[in-house]
Design a binder for this molecule. Structure first.
Ligand SMILES: [Zn+2]
Ligand SMILES: [Zn+2]
Length: 354
């Protein structure tokens, strides 16, 4: 069927153009996208970081199942879904619940595409290319949206939100622990809400944007530190948490912040590098703390069951991830990207019309 997609033919250029989305086969579902989040990885690709053009980015799609392949068992036409990255379900990593380590991971992200643009297949993007008002994906990487949440918020659970909470859980937080979160974008804010759910008693949010620090307090931070107001940031954090963090999350992607994070890791603590790193990675482990350092995409979590769990917690009022979202019209993608770049919003979600 014909659809309209935000096609990126060259770096930093987006045109809304007609594409062809074929019938679903096997266990594929075709989804009418109603809303899609913009993630940092989409912006990296649009700026030219992956060298893949033409590109239809978008990997936080939410929408309505339009048609299903013959092998689909979990969904029917009309279901509201959120979409995440694909995993095979068969390899040893998937069997262990580590879907982000799936042996087919890279192929699913960047493999042969399913949408045609000007009669040529456009490359796959996270198995969803969801900057399009219709797309194809696999049922295995879709999640049914529960009652009680705005279905247009469902997309970001599939990447940024899951990554934040998952990275905290990968640090094995215990009630009473201290958590220190660097960076207050979607990943950092979600990590903070995850630390609150895990019962951490001190949750320290470190950032440089006053309105984000205020929101952090509302979402669970017990303390906030504005890096722009502190001459000695490490001393300011240590004044609140003299023993350092049992859980430390680095969610900025900047190498100088990575180094700061290593300096506030407590004894037997875990530091999770949750961002995408483009800069050289400084690593100065302090042997006396016996800490653990982790780095992984998507927070190391089994995607679909945990996304389902987080959405249900939102419906119950225990995980207010919807507070991170600002909506834009699909056609307003340039403005949304500009607002994200200038820290005016945390998670931009584009509302997509038919
Ligand atoms: Zn993402
Ligand atoms: Zn697998």
């Amino acid at each position: 069927m014909k659809a309209t997609a935000a096609v990126c033919p060259a770096p930093n250029k987006i045109i809304f153009d007609e594409v062809d989305v074929r019938e679903p086969v096997g266990s594929e579902i075709r989804v009418k996208i109603t809303a899609v989040g913009i993630c940092g990885t989409d912006m990296t690709a649009i700026h030219g970081g992956t060298g893949m053009f033409p590109l239809i980015a978008g990997h936080e799609g939410a929408g309505i199942v339009e048609s299903v392949g013959p092998d689909v068992t979990r969904f029917k036409v009309g279901d509201r879904v959120g979409i995440t990255y694909a995993s095979c379900g068969k390899c040893k990593w998937c069997q262990m619940g580590k879907t982000s380590l799936c042996d087919t991971y890279m192929g699913n992200f960047f493999g042969p595409g399913r949408i045609n643009y000007k009669n040529r297949p456009i490359p796959n993007w996270f198995s969803q290319n969801s900057f399009s008002n219709v797309t194809l994906t696999n049922e295995a990487n879709a999640t049914k949206v529960p009652d009680g949440i705005d279905p247009d918020t469902a997309g970001p659970y599939g990447c940024g939100i899951m990554t934040g909470v998952g990275s905290v859980m990968a640090c094995n937080p215990q009630p009473g622990d201290t958590a220190i979160i660097f960076g207050l974008g979607t990943v950092g804010m979600s990590a903070m809400m995850g630390a609150k759910m895990a019962g951490c008693s001190k949750i320290i949010a470190v950032g440089g944007t006053p309105w984000k620090l205020e929101l952090a307090k509302e979402l669970g931070a017990t303390h906030v530190v504005n890096r722009k107001e502190e001459e000695d940031l490490i001393a300011a954090i240590k004044a609140i948490a003299p023993e350092g963090g049992k859980v430390v999350i680095e969610a900025t992607g900047h190498s100088n912040v990575c180094e700061e994070a290593t300096k506030v890791l407590g004894k037997m603590g875990t530091l999770y590098f949750a961002a995408l790193y483009h800069e050289p990675f400084p690593f100065f482990p302090d042997m006396t703390i016996n800490g653990t350092y982790k780095h992984g995409g998507m927070g190391e979590w089994e995607a679909v069951p945990n996304i389902e769990r987080l959405m249900k917690l939102t419906a119950e009022g225990k995980f207010p991830a919807d507070k991170l979202i600002t909506y834009y019209d699909f056609n307003d993608m340039d403005r949304a990207i500009d607002d994200l770049t200038h820290q005016r919003v945390i998670k931009a979600v584009l509302k997509v019309q038919d």
